[in-house]
Design a protein around this ligand. Structure first.
Ligand SMILES: Nc1ncnc2c1ncn2[C@@H]1O[C@H](COP(=O)(O)OP(=O)(O)OP(=O)(O)O)[C@@H](O)[C@H]1O
Ligand SMILES: [Mg+2]
Length: 240
């Protein structure tokens, strides 16, 4: 015992300095996650998205990732965001979510919800993975799963999932269901169909359009872009 206890303690104790370093940032992040937190004062009113002459730069980067961006999106539009890898598609979402502040320009943003490129799931029940978005009842959770093209999971709210044992497409649709549960005017989808077969991908986007919220949808699939109301190509030289 005397030999084994110090060995067993080494790993948790080694994490303590890092935890202490990150304590303040985590406390601030936790405060922002309170469901009853007051709306941030800079949160804009209105439901359209407007960007004018906007530059976006990641902290420490020598150049802005997005340059002189103009965008006017009316409520209910479905916008496809396209462009090669590294062209700034996810960076645009970071701006729209308020993770990044614009370096220059005017930004008008409604409340947005987000399904990230790498969804984060937790080793717990399907229900608790969905309720990370707020205190919803089971019928609301089932409805979101159906909208996210995961109807067979509507009967499995009590099933405990292991994130590493869920397929990429299932993880994305579960994260999408969670995003849809947020009371937001705009849904930001970062390659939601990347892991889906073509018929499921098509069905998913058709169902999302019935939701009537504004959708911004990053995609590398030309057929999906062709069905959108507007295509924003961040690969064009104007934004570089
Ligand atoms: N968290 C970050 N911190 C600093 N720089 C970043 C960060 N995320 C992205 N970048 C930089 O911003 C640029 C655009 O990246 P972004 O992730 O927006 O590309 P993308 O168009 O979404 O690409 P992909 O199709 O591969 O997802 C890249 O040069 C990248 O290195
Ligand atoms: Mg990306």
């Amino acid at each position: 015992m005397l030999g084994l206890v110090p060995l067993a303690l080494a790993e948790p104790l080694a994490a303590l300095p890092l935890a202490a370093q990150q304590r303040k940032a985590l406390q601030e992040a936790s405060a922002r996650l309170q469901f009853d937190a007051p709306e941030r004062p800079e949160a804009p009113k209105g439901k359209r998205i407007r960007l004018e002459n906007v530059d976006v730069r990641w902290p420490g980067a020598t150049e802005p990732t997005l340059h002189d961006l103009h965008l006017n999106i009316e409520p209910g539009m479905h916008v496809a965001i396209v462009g090669p890898s590294g062209s700034g598609k996810s960076t645009l979402f970071a701006l729209l979510l308020g993770f990044l502040q614009p370096e220059r320009g005017i930004v008008e943003l409604p409340r947005a919800t987000w399904c990230p490129q790498e969804p984060m799931l937790v080793s717990t029940t399907v229900r608790e993975n969905l309720r990370m978005s707020g205190p919803h009842d089971d019928e609301q959770l089932r409805d979101a799963l159906r909208k996210a093209c995961l109807p067979e999971w509507a009967d499995r709210l009590d099933t405990v999932i292991r994130p590493d044992q869920v397929s990429g497409g299932e993880a994305q649709r579960l994260a999408l269901a969670r995003a849809l549960l947020h009371d937001a005017d705009v849904v930001l989808l970062d390659e939601p169909t990347a892991h889906l077969d073509e018929p499921t991908a098509r069905k998913l986007l058709e169902q999302l359009r019935q939701d009537r919220r504004t959708i911004l949808h990053i995609t590398h699939r030309p057929d999906e872009a062709a069905r959108a109301d507007l295509v924003l190509d961040l690969g064009t030289p104007a934004y570089r």
